[in-house]
Design a protein around this ligand. Structure first.
Ligand SMILES: [Zn+2]
Length: 434
């Protein structure tokens, strides 16, 4: 066991590994603010250096548990193995930027077992929760966390309860539940309910369920979720030949993934596995961009937005992101960019139609964010051409297809003859290849 403590990145307080919830000195219960997310897992670096080297890691099978010394689960029998991780890092070749000479790379997280990157953080957090004695697993989610948790609970043979909200971090604003995710979570066998009430109320409800029924709410083991996210950074470094990229663009809601990635790069550098660190950029939808507002106004701690404007990326629409992500952005010399619905839609279409990668709109925000950074001159021409700009495509497009039915009209029916097809294509000015 190499994990030692949980440490608050804001005030530096250490907590035992069994601590639940946020830093008790920084976060007030029931109040929404950036300091609810500040804890990260610390490791015994000296022991890890003696135990682990790049050659040893390179010999192991791909996936989350390849990095087990760098994860907090002690007893291997508690590692739930769904085959998460080991996703492709794809170089884009056909989008206009690629044709013009930019070398952009995408980490395709939608190919994880439940269709999103959440299989990494939830795989680790669920394993820790069960190792610490949880009787069942529970979460508050707009979908992807719920899908991942229900899948891991199924594999582990434990019950799961999903409190499904319309949009991540929103309980009291009107937003409909994502149907595809509801069906997916239900298929895994989880109990799914949509509770009424504001977030403060729901967190209080979660605490009571946890205390009285012994079920573990995964937001109370947040630090272990970010630990699972580290593995994305580890894989990127290995896939780049033991090098860190120059910049990483992360679609950002709570900020857990961005902070986890940053922790992963830092840990690999501390272990001597890579020489440099990347700049971390948060990408957020316009109208739900607390980190962008905080960065531009040089806030010490990101403020909570009054309300969130409806947009095409509910999974990353939060009133406020975690301070841990804000700190990672700043420490790394990165930043934050906001993207419009039209930018995310164009990025989603381009990834699918040029590159054959169908990503959820909130994921395509990564490419939209890179484009925005290019337009704002945040990236150096040299690093763009060297191919070390990485976007994290967090989830699969099938997660949110129904929401796009208003954008893509219903399919046309034509007579099943070549003549009829020709006239239809003529009408659409599409040439049939001979
Ligand atoms: Zn603290």
């Amino acid at each position: 066991m190499y994990a030692t403590t949980l440490r608050c990145v804001f005030c530096g307080t250490d907590y035992p590994l069994t601590h639940r919830g946020s830093c008790t000195l920084c976060a007030r219960p029931g109040e929404e603010n950036a300091l609810h997310e500040t804890l990260g897992v610390q490791y015994d670096l000296a022991a890890l250096k003696r135990q682990l080297d790049r050659e040893e890691l390179a010999r192991r099978p791909a996936g989350l548990w390849r990095y087990h010394e760098l994860l907090p689960v002690v007893d291997p029998t508690f590692r739930i193995d769904l085959g998460a991780g080991g996703t492709r890092l794809v170089r884009l070749t056909r989008i206009p930027e690629a044709v013009a000479g930019s070398r952009l790379l995408m980490k395709v997280e939608g190919s994880n077992p439940s269709g999103s990157f959440k299989d990494r953080p939830i795989g680790v957090a669920a394993s820790v929760a069960l190792e610490q004695g949880a009787r069942g697993l529970a979460c508050l989610t707009s979908g992807n966390i719920g899908s991942a948790m229900a899948a891991f609970a199924a594999k582990a043979g434990v019950s799961s309860l999903v409190l499904l909200l319309g949009a991540a971090g929103l309980a009291d604003q009107e937003a409909s539940v994502n149907v595809e995710k509801y069906v997916q979570i239900s298929a895994y066998g989880a109990e799914v309910v949509t509770p009424m009430g504001n977030l403060g109320q729901l967190y209080a409800l979660a605490d009571r369920i946890e205390a009285e029924l012994g079920w573990s709410f995964l937001h109370n083991v947040q630090a272990y979720q970010t630990d699972g996210d580290k593995t994305t950074a580890f894989e990127i470094c290995e896939q780049l030949g033991w090098q860190a990229p120059a910049a990483v663009f992360v679609p950002t809601g709570t900020g857990t993934n961005l902070f986890g990635l940053w922790q992963g790069f830092v840990l690999f550098k501390e272990l001597g596995f890579i020489d440099t660190l990347p700049r971390m950029y948060a990408v957020q939808p316009m109208g739900a961009a607390s980190l962008v507002a905080a960065w531009e106004a040089h806030q010490a701690i990101p403020s909570v937005l009054e309300r969130i404007e409806p947009n095409l990326a509910p999974p990353i629409s939060h009133r406020v992101s975690g301070y841990h992500a804000y700190k990672a952005m700043q420490e790394s010399g990165g930043g934050a960019v906001a993207v419009a619905d039209a930018d995310m839609f164009a990025a989603m279409k381009d990834l699918a139609s040029y590159e054959g990668i169908y990503a959820e709109m909130a994921s395509a925000a990564a490419l939209a964010g890179i484009r925005s950074a290019l337009a704002l001159d945040l990236l150096e021409t040299e690093e763009i051409r060297q191919g070390s700009i990485v976007g994290i495509l967090t989830s699969h497009g099938l997660k949110n297809s129904l929401a796009l039915t208003q954008i893509f009209p219903p399919q046309t029916k034509v007579e099943g003859t070549l003549e009829a097809l020709h006239s239809y294509l003529e009408l659409k000015k599409v040439e049939l290849q001979k």
